[in-house]
Design a protein around this ligand. Structure first.
Ligand code: PLP
Length: 371
């Protein structure tokens, strides 16, 4: 085992905000399957708030503070798929702001409970609502901002501070950790902040680095990148969380992409589980999506390539989803026969036995009544 002597973490920090960023990069040894190149996972789930959104929440709030846009006692509002919400709630809690979040009903129960655990006020909005509908999570956030005095709307989809957070931290980290060897950067696209900020920095160091954006089937982003047109026919509901959009966020810098790859819900779930089971990396659903994109590129990747894949969040957020065998079967992603739990075995066994005793007792009661 090698222990890095670079940048030893401070022994004691003032609060968890001081340990945001500088996440490790882990070599994937088994889950990469037939992919010949070196594949390195940038494990953002090891941030204190368990996702890359820690970087964004901290950077955006501190930038707005410096610019005088957030004042004492402010309420900070955001529309979020969950991760930004948790990171923002954590930042608000430690900085003394109130946090109000609008969340799509697609977010897992675990994610919702996490937001509430950090003291955020949560409004759940129907995932079926179109962005321009008044009950969409974007519209509700804007409406709350208009109604709540001394409030600040973070607006991670359009405020450039989102991608600046990654330009100033994630990009330089990846460049230094790979000592400039990176040849491909594979990253899911949601608001576009992670890929655009990181890729901008990386391409400034070496314009030959290939940037691959990962999109979901059911999202408009890839078609928009290809044609410049917003095609509503691309939109349908999908399960994987964090990537893909039904709007074109201002933070997606399409000019930086060399390629976009769409991935399916099922493949993404299976790849995430493989990362956990084969490499001990307990990562989120979108990490599986990014890994599926790497597998889709297996024919073109060579032994000389160094592929960095960004794993946006932690697996603990998906215990009731991709890490639940029941869920995998319920949604048709796995056909393996459910192993009966010991409790249900006991229940089944004793139910039969009780039934027999019950029948016997009933029989004797009936007999004695006949006498
Ligand atoms: C789990 C997860 N993966 C990927 C992304 C996409 O990151 P970005 O919004 O920076 O494009 C998000 C964003 O919400 C996310 O929560």
């Amino acid at each position: 085992m090698t222990v890095s002597t670079k940048k030893a973490p401070p022994a004691i920090v003032d609060n968890v905000l001081d340990v945001i960023g500088n996440t490790p990069m882990v070599r994937i040894k088994k889950a990469q399957g037939e992919v010949k190149s070196e594949v390195l996972g940038k494990v953002e789930g090891l941030n204190p708030g368990h996702s890359a959104k820690d970087r964004v929440a901290l950077y955006m709030v501190e930038k707005a503070e410096r610019e005088g846009k957030i004042k004492e006692g402010a309420t900070i509002i955001e529309a979020t798929s969950g991760n930004t919400g948790f990171s923002l709630a954590m930042v608000c809690l430690l900085k003394g702001y109130k946090c109000v979040l609008t969340v799509s009903s697609k977010a897992s129960d675990e994610k919702l409970r996490l937001l509430q655990s950090m003291g955020a006020e949560v409004f759940i909005c129907p995932s079926s609502a179109k962005p321009e509908d008044p009950d969409s999570y974007y519209s509700v956030a804007k409406q709350l901002h208009a109604e709540i005095p001394n409030s600040y709307y973070l607006n991670q989809n359009f405020d450039e501070a989102n991608k600046l957070a990654h330009y100033t931290t994630t990009g330089p980290e990846i460049w230094e950790q790979t000592e400039g060897r990176i040849t491909h950067f594979v990253c899911c696209v949601g608001t576009g902040g992670t890929i655009s900020g990181t890729a901008k920095y990386l391409k400034e160091q070496n314009p030959d680095i290939q940037v691959i954006g990962v999109d979901a089937y059911g999202s408009v982003l890839k078609r928009y990148w290809e044609t410049g047109e917003f095609d509503e026919k691309e939109i349908y509901s999908y399960k994987v969380e964090g990537l893909g959009k039904t709007i074109i966020p201002g933070n997606v810098d399409f000019s930086l992409f060399d390629r976009m790859i769409k991935v399916h819900d099922k493949d993404s779930a299976i790849r995430a589980r493989e990362l956990a089971q084969k490499d001990g990396l307990f990562v989120g659903y979108s990490a599986g999506a990014a890994m599926q994109a790497v597998h889709k590129m297996k024919r073109e990747l060579t032994e000389d390539d160094v592929v960095v894949v960004l794993f946006s969040d932690h697996g603990s957020r998906y215990l009731g989803k991709i890490y639940s065998d029941d869920w995998m079967q319920d949604v048709g992603f796995s056909k393996e026969k459910k192993e009966e739990s010991y409790n249900s075995y006991l229940y089944r066994k004793y139910k039969v036995r009780y039934k027999r005793i019950y029948n016997k007792v009933n029989y004797y009661i009936n007999q004695s009544m006949k006498m």
